[in-house]
Write a protein that binds this ligand. Structure first.
Ligand SMILES: [Fe+2]
Length: 277
């Protein structure tokens, strides 16, 4: 049984704060950063090009692993929804999870803009669950929360792990699982790790995933430099980790992937980098 996934991430739709109450302290810093860098890096026509490109590709499911926006402004969410609309016609074929930029400032309870604009692609439960076919299941995690000025970290809640544990046990043993979460679990060798920008509980989460051999794929974004990593297990299949961040940013020299196409054929996984040019 075959299924194809397109995995994109960190689209960072951007706008500038229009209303006085939008100029909350952290947004001033973020807006300045945006003005200098992100507006140049993420021109809107690249996002439209990405949508056209995905529409031309045959895929059964689309995964977007967070950071739809830059400053969590309502105009950014509405722009993201408007541009991505051609890809969202069948919500059961789309997985969208939040990233730290989608919770950039503290939002009063019940007013989470990610949930308002993209909640239907996650759902209202602790876990997002999509059965691709009888062999493959996607599980989405929400590990994004508000941070202070200089922090961009996330946390996978204990309740999320517990719910995933229960879910895994409820399926036949041979079912393969894909976890979609915003934050990476591995880094390139030359990467300068900064704890305040990553998952606070990265090591226990990674260990837990490695102990659960039914999980063979981990899809994420967050760091704007794509990669495909493999973590071996003592016994059982390797864990493949795919970073598809900055899918519509301008290309930098030497870049060889903007996003990934993933073909699941029975228990086999083939990941192909795609460059948006
Ligand atoms: Fe991020």
């Amino acid at each position: 049984m075959r299924a194809t996934i397109i995995h994109i991430s960190d689209l960072h739709f951007h706008s500038y704060p229009q209303k006085l109450q939008d100029w909350k302290s952290k947004r001033i810093l973020g807006a300045a950063n945006l003005l200098i860098r992100r507006a140049r890096e993420f021109p809107l026509q690249r996002a439209k090009l990405l949508v056209d490109r995905i529409q031309d590709m045959n895929c059964d499911h689309l995964v977007i692993s967070g950071d739809m926006t830059q400053l969590s402004l309502e105009r950014e969410f509405s722009l993201a929804r408007e541009i991505l609309e051609p890809l969202l016609a069948q919500p059961e074929r789309v997985t969208i999870i939040p990233g730290n930029h989608d919770r950039y400032v503290r939002q009063p309870s019940g007013t989470d803009l990610f949930t308002q604009y993209f909640g239907e692609f996650f759902g209202t439960n602790e876990l997002h669950v999509r059965n691709l076919n009888q062999e493959w299941v996607i599980v989405g995690w929400d590990s994004a929360h508000h941070n202070d000025w200089i922090t961009a970290a996330g946390t996978v809640k204990g309740s999320t792990i517990k719910a995933t544990e229960t879910l895994l046990k409820s399926y036949p043993e041979k079912t393969n699982f894909i976890i979609a979460n915003h934050y990476p679990l591995t880094f390139p060798e030359d990467w300068k790790f900064d704890r305040s920008h990553e998952l606070y509980n990265l090591v226990p989460v990674r260990n837990w995933i490695l102990q659960n051999q039914q999980i063979s794929l981990y899809l994420h974004g967050h760091i704007h430099r794509n990669w495909l990593h493999c973590l071996p297990r003592d016994s059982g299949p390797d864990l493949m980790l795919v970073n598809s961040a900055a899918s519509c940013s301008k290309l930098y020299s030497g870049q060889n992937s903007s996003f990934h196409q993933i073909v699941l054929d029975d228990g086999n996984v083939k990941v192909t980098p795609v460059l948006l040019n």
